[in-house]
Design a protein around this ligand. Structure first.
Ligand code: ADP
Ligand code: 2DT
Ligand code: MG
Length: 212
């Protein structure tokens, strides 16, 4: 029998919902429990492509909308060989944002069809679980004001949220919505439990291809 594989778990949700906090906590807890796990975040701003993305988000550089969309996707693809290797080795990979942020943020700009937005990410490793951290805008605002980065306005974030809801209608994906207004600790416990269940379920199943 083939060795057990790790699970691919994506964290998505509105700004300040707690994706990065929960991603770190989850990987830490899994490791402590003896399950090998690694955290990746998208965009990964450390690669050459990531540095371009970083200067776009920081408003130092303007890039045409299709161009930046493709760069975000390329930033995922450049990590695919490493992700597949880790998963095959039995390492659970937790991603802080994934292709769903890619599609939601570009399609929120208006003049983009959902299909066009999805196309560059077709065939990426398919997450075994997408945790959507749901938080109402008022609660999110109480966690601090927006920073200076591109996209950080409440009117744009509202459009992004609607695009996430469209993507969540796809029942071929394993979306699970969690209430992100809970305490960090309570949410962590819930996420850890769902993640462990998923890891168990998929360990002998092949990794899927996204949107294929
Ligand atoms: P995201 O990555 O989704 O933007 P972060 O994890 O960076 O969110 O969290 C945004 C802010 O909210 C941080 O200051 C963090 O400490 C705080 N925070 C995260 N989760 C919670 C929570 N469940 N309750 C209260 N504050 C939280
Ligand atoms: P954080 O680093 O704070 O998560 O912000 N984005 C992200 C896109 O527009 N397309 C993508 O494919 C991805 C992964 C969301 C990153 C910002 O970049 C946006 C917020
Ligand atoms: Mg974050």
């Amino acid at each position: 029998m083939a060795a057990r594989r790790g699970a691919l778990i994506a964290l998505e949700g509105v700004d300040r919902a707690g994706k990065s906090t929960q991603g770190r906590r989850l990987v830490e807890a899994l490791r402590e429990a003896g399950h090998p796990a690694d955290l990746l975040r998208f965009p990964d701003r450390t690669t050459e492509i990531g540095q371009l993305i970083n200067s776009y988000l920081g408003r130092e550089k303007n890039l045409e909308d299709h161009t930046i969309h493709l760069l975000f996707s390329a930033n995922r693809w450049e990590h695919v060989p490493m992700m597949k290797e880790k998963l095959q080795q039995g390492i659970t990979v937790v991603v802080d944002r994934y292709a769903f942020s890619g599609v939601a943020f570009t399609s929120a700009k208006g003049n983009f069809g959902l299909d066009w937005c999805k196309q560059p990410d077709v065939g990426l490793p398919k997450p075994d679980l997408i945790l959507f951290l749901q938080l109402n805008p008022k609660a999110a605002a109480e966690r601090g004001n927006f920073g200076q980065e591109r996209y950080e306005t409440s009117s744009f974030q509202e459009k992004v949220l609607q695009c996430f809801y469209c993507l969540m209608e796809d029942k071929s994906l394993n979306w699970k919505t969690v209430d992100a207004s809970k305490s960090i600790e309570d949410l962590h416990r819930e996420i850890k439990s769902i993640a462990k269940e998923t890891m168990q379920e998929v360990q002998n199943k092949p990794l899927g291809e996204l949107w294929k």
